[in-house]
Write a protein that binds this ligand. Sequence first.
Ligand code: MN
Length: 390
Amino acid sequence: MRFFHLSDLHIGKQLYGYSLLEDQEWILEKILQKVEERKPDGVLLCGDIYDKSVPSGEAVTVFDRFLSRLTEIAPDTAVMIISGNHDSPERLSFAGSILERQNVFVEGFPPVKEQEYIKKVIREDEWGQVEFWLLPFVKPGYVREVFGGKEPESYQEAVQGLLEREMLLEKPDKEVRKVLLTHQFFTASGEKPKQSESETIMVGGLDQVDIGCLKGFDYVAMGHIHRPQSMGNPWIYYCGTPLKYSVSEWNQKKYLTEIEIKEPGSRPEMVLHELKPLREVRALRGELEEILEATGGVPSEDYVSVSLTDEQEPYQPRERLESLFPRLLEVKMDNGRTNMLAWEEESEDVLIDPREIFQRFFSRMQGREMEREEEEIMEQVFQKVGEEEI
Ligand SMILES: [Mn+2]
């Protein structure tokens, strides 16, 4: 059984106000080419298909075209899709039962009622059955009714509860191989995954789920974290985004992950196909003249973040840089004197802890530091907001 593992497409995402749709179409085209070449048995999309729960018309068109082409190129390939925290479960599930006839399986919701179970797609090969478990993003509040009206106290309890409920039901059959599709913030005995600046951070770590509950799976295909990495075991894996979605990812490589599972009990094999973007995300650092000269006067289409080290602040650096870098993301001054952000375009990325930003705002407005009680109120608000947004 061979399949592609993808997640966090974030179709419709903008980078510092620049639309990435062209870049996303390009990378999806590269993925389609690989599908054509490798003819996998499955393509797994592990959440955050779109960047927003109400995606733009253009974003929907891009994904629609991708799916249509995919089913044309590889009609026998099972396409499996779960929703992530950025997706709207209802919208993503639209026409789901019709899509199943085309071998496209979409699951927007985890089980929400007592008699509901995790959706499974079963495929066979020479070694028998492989079960793919489709578990979309779970919040404790979603699954209250599954546990008799009692809301699980944590993400950990919710995810573990859902999995255990079914693992216990089944007769453990070592011959049936199992793959889980999931979109959560997993930790491995307290160790957190390495994040980038493009994930929405949840304050307080309430969303953490330990990988201990993932026993019994031959491979866990995870979405949510944007840097490719395994958690605890090589077969518990975040494949990462297909594109760089923040400047902090400038030196990462992005991959299309191909997994092969052979006979029951064997280790899955992984092949990484590097994904080359239409335009790179780059971080440049140096003096203005140096940076301009290095281009040789040839404009670059890349997305560029520039840190200027000139001790004397140069005249109109943004204008001069923009003539060679039309997709300039930001210009920062980083010299001995300032050592702080000088110019910056509106950024969606969280550079410092949002609590810290609010505390600064508070003390500027009130002329004093926050008191303990006020900090607690702020913390409660951030946790509430974090739950809604992540
Ligand atoms: Mn994501």
